[in-house]
Design a protein around this ligand. Sequence first.
Ligand code: SF4
Ligand code: FES
Length: 371
Amino acid sequence: MTAPAREPWREPPIGLLAELTHRCPLACPYCSNPLELTRRERELSTASWERVLEEAAELGVLQLHLSGGEPTLRGDLEAIVARARALELYSNLITAGVGVSERRLEALAAAGLDHVQLSVQDVDPAGCDRIGGFQGSLARKLAFARAVRRLGLPLTLNAVVHRHNLDRLERFVELALELGADRLEVAHVQYYGWALANRAALMPTRAQLDRSVEIVKAARARLGDRLLIDFVVPDYYATHPKPCASGWGRAVIVVGPDGRVLPCHAAHVIPGLVFPNVEEKPLRWIWQESPAFQRFRGLDWMREPCRSCARREIDFGGCRCQAMQLLGDPEATDPACTLSPEHARIMALAEAEAAAPPPAFRYRRLEPVPA
Ligand code: SF4
Ligand code: FES
């Protein structure tokens, strides 16, 4: 796949998603990390991450999302946060919150951490353990959330929802209020990568989806500014796709644990793209000029029906990775769109999976690397 010759892209990314490590104590069946995980010995050094942040700030990035895997497994997280603060990057820690002591959290806050996003797999303790594959997880998460609030840090709860926890969505809202969270992200699973391997186990029914829409609507009306609720519906039941990653190479730049840079966290599923590495190329060149970032920017790559569609600059044709994974063609219209000729077939598949008894979850873990 060759990239068309283009002018360098002049707009800076708003956010940098730093996937510091793929190591994680949890094993969620919808994990967004790639099928092939990066092992510890291939992770970037502290000095490399600090240089990446300098290049990001110079490029115009405003927000730094510290993610993984579990980013707190990096012993140098405080140094990375401190560097972000010195560069005036807004830092957001995205964590499972199961192995973070209050003392560690204090150290991160002292280093300048601005915000915490905590994943909660379920409000039911047994469900939380089963989904994340980690015993005693909910109690640890709640203790962590309370420590976050005691330190005065703003807190967002991330609730990834699917057929096994959707019936407790109202309790997620109550939990967010009880913990003093500012924001609740209710995100239906997006079925790429490992989540696609678990799709039949996770796919909700249409009735569950409709009920979740009602619950979110009622909660927003009732709570107003007391709790901001973001809501992402499952692509398979959507009318139009979402503007994935706010459009390819438009707002987000993702740096993986080994330094490879991607336009979205799943872009490795698209064959033929070569993802440059921060150890070899400047972040500015990667963002503005690299063929991987230019490949699906703008509208030139689009085919019909997207090319002449009124929504083409709203959703940018949806998700390239989903088009690749479901249709084997990254230039195809995202099948989440009702205008895609494949929409009905994909929808029927989702409904059949949701109606059948769910298979067991498939878990995976990155094996511990010997010290
Ligand atoms: Fe979006 Fe393409 Fe569907 Fe139009 S046809 S709504 S641009 S995915
Ligand atoms: Fe890659 Fe949607 S996840 S474009």
